[in-house]
Each structure stands twice: as structure tokens, then as C-alpha cells.
Ligand binder design. Structure first.
Ligand SMILES: Nc1ncnc2c1ncn2[C@@H]1O[C@H](COP(=O)(O)OP(=O)(O)OP(=O)(O)O)[C@@H](O)[C@H]1O
Length: 253
């Protein structure tokens, strides 16, 4: 089953074409990498898929539904969640509170029931607490559940960010440079972790990553962008041996 499909997805900023007629198709449960030199258009793709930008041309389909131009919160509700290149946590709050807040965004209640704390509201709150604790266990942060998020090592902060994204019950999880700032040991653990959450949550994963060992180690297929144009698509081995890819990377070094 196709989870995400882009059809000639294009984004122009004035005279700059950041992404040009990009066709991508992702099947359920795949782990897909999106790579390319700096400024290649990767983040712009994520911003179009998650509704931050409306493509200037082309279409985006999520589970066969045309989501082109839909608002970010509508897209989240349909089942696409993302993390960001720069970690966005509530730094002063605990691990648990960070996940609780992400879960609360899904709490479907009105102001009246929240103020009065009706039995129905209390019941929903209890369920959210249970779900948050389970999620924290699932991402392996139960030993730091009450720690302030800013006190965690980088690798754990990334896990927490992923837990927050998972709180929205996504079908497609989009990760923007999950290995950024990690030491080699943390990167290795991250690779296992990404495969683990794909299996445990039965989701599909699309990630931007500059860390080649991570990309090649965890992704089943990879798309390569250069100056907004897709120059290659294939398995890690195919991509590593593709002359266009080698040239694009060597050309910027
Ligand atoms: N809001 C914007 N307004 C104008 N130009 C933009 C905007 N966002 C991105 N661009 C331009 O679009 C091009 C692609 O940028 P983008 O951030 O998508 O690349 P990237 O592949 O994610 O790069 P990096 O790996 O450095 O994060 C760049 O030339 C960038 O300057």
C-alpha cells in the first residue's frame, strides 16, 4: 500500500526553484532516506509534505488522499508527524510533561469539561497519563521520566522528540536529521532505535540525514536531491555506486 506519493512536487521562492518536479512513492512500513548536499531542497520537501508550504506546482497524496495545500494540523490529524533539525522540547519540563503535552493536543474536550473536570475529562486524562508512560517506556526513557528534558544527553533528547511525535499516533513519521549532533555511539544506537519503532508502532519512516553511515545502515531506499532535482533513487548500495551522486557530493566538498 502506498503511504505517500508526490507528483511533480515543486516549490519556487521567487526566482529560486528549491524543489523541481519531485516524484516520490513510499510504501507502508518502508524506511526511506532523503539525502543531498546543503541547500538541495530536502527541508523544503518536508515543509511541503507537512503543510508548512503549499507546493507552487504538483500534488501530494497521503494514503491516496490529496493533501496538497492542507493545513499543518489537518495533516497531523490524518497521520503525519515530524521532528525538527533543531530539537524543539519544553526544556524546563520533565520528560513526562513533554510527552503529556504532546498527548494533550489530541485530547478532544471543551473548555467547560476541562475547568469542571467532568468524570469524562478525568477519564481521558488518566488514559493520556497511561499512554504517555507507555510511550516513554517504549522509547527507553523510563529511567529518566522525571528528569528535566534539557538535562538529558543529546541522544535521549532526540528519543524524547520522537516520543512526542509518536504521541499523535502517526502512520508516517518524518525525521529531520535525527543523528545531528550525536556521537558515533549514539548514532549506532539511533539506527537500531529507528528500526525498532518502525516495527513496534507499525509505521512508515521518511528521514533526512547527513550522517551517511546512519542513512546507509537503516534506510531501505534512498532519494537523492541536488539543486532541487532528484538525481537518483535506489537501495543504499545503488546510491553509493551512482556516479551522479558521487559527483554531487564531491562537487561541494
Ligand atoms: N522560505 C524560503 N525563502 C526563500 N528561499 C528558501 C526558503 N526556504 C528555503 N529556501 C531556499 O531553497 C533552497 C533549498 O533549501 P532547503 O533548506 O530545503 O535545503 P536543504 O536540502 O534542506 O539544506 P540543508 O541540508 O542545508 O538543511 C535553498 O537555496 C534555500 O536557500
Amino acid at each position: 500500500m502506498t503511504v505517500l506519493k508526490t507528483d511533480k512536487m515543486t516549490m519556487k521562492f521567487g526566482g529560486i526553484t528549491a524543489v523541481s518536479k519531485f516524484d516520490m512513492e513510499i510504501e507502508k512500513n518502508e524506511i526511506i532516506g532523503l539525502i543531498g548536499p546543503n541547500g538541495a531542497g530536502k527541508t523544503t520537501c518536508f515543509n511541503m509534505i507537512t503543510g508548512v508550504y503549499t507546493p507552487t506546482e504538483g500534488k501530494i497524496y497521503f494514503e491516496d488522499k490529496n493533501i496538497t495545500g492542507m493545513k499543518t494540523h489537518e495533516i497531523t490529524k490524518l497521520g503525519i508527524a515530524r521532528t525538527f533539525q533543531n530539537i524543539r522540547l519544553f526544556k524546563e519540563l520533565s520528560v513526562l510533561d513533554n510527552v503529556l503535552i504532546a498527548n494533550h493536543m489530541r485530547l478532544d474536550s471543551n473548555l467547560f469539561s476541562a475547568i469542571i473536570k467532568t468524570p469524562d475529562y478525568r477519564n481521558k486524562e488518566r488514559k493520556i497519563l497511561e499512554k504517555s508512560i507507555k510511550l516513554i517506556k517504549d522509547v527507553g526513557l523510563d529511567d529518566v521520566i522525571n528528569e528535566k528534558s534539557s538535562s538529558l544527553p543529546y541522544g535521549k533528547q532526540r528519543r524524547l522528540e520522537i516520543a512526542r511525535a509518536l504521541a499523535t499516533d502517526p502512520k508516517l513519521l518524518i525525521l529531520d536529521e535525527p543523528a545531528a549532533g550525536m556521537n558515533p555511539q549514539e548514532s549506532m544506537k539511533l539506527m537500531e532505535f529507528i528500526t525498532e519503532i518502525r516495527d513496534r508502532f507499525n509505521i512508515t519512516i521518511l528521514m533526512i540525514e547527513h550522517h551517511m553511515q546512519v542513512v546507509m545502515g537503516v534506510c531501505e531506499r534512498i532519494y537523492v536531491l541536488d539543486y532541487g532535482i532528484m538525481i537518483a533513487e535506489g537501495t543504499p548500495t545503488e546510491i553509493q555506486n551512482n556516479p551522479k551522486v558521487i559527483e554531487a557530493y564531491l562537487g561541494v566538498e
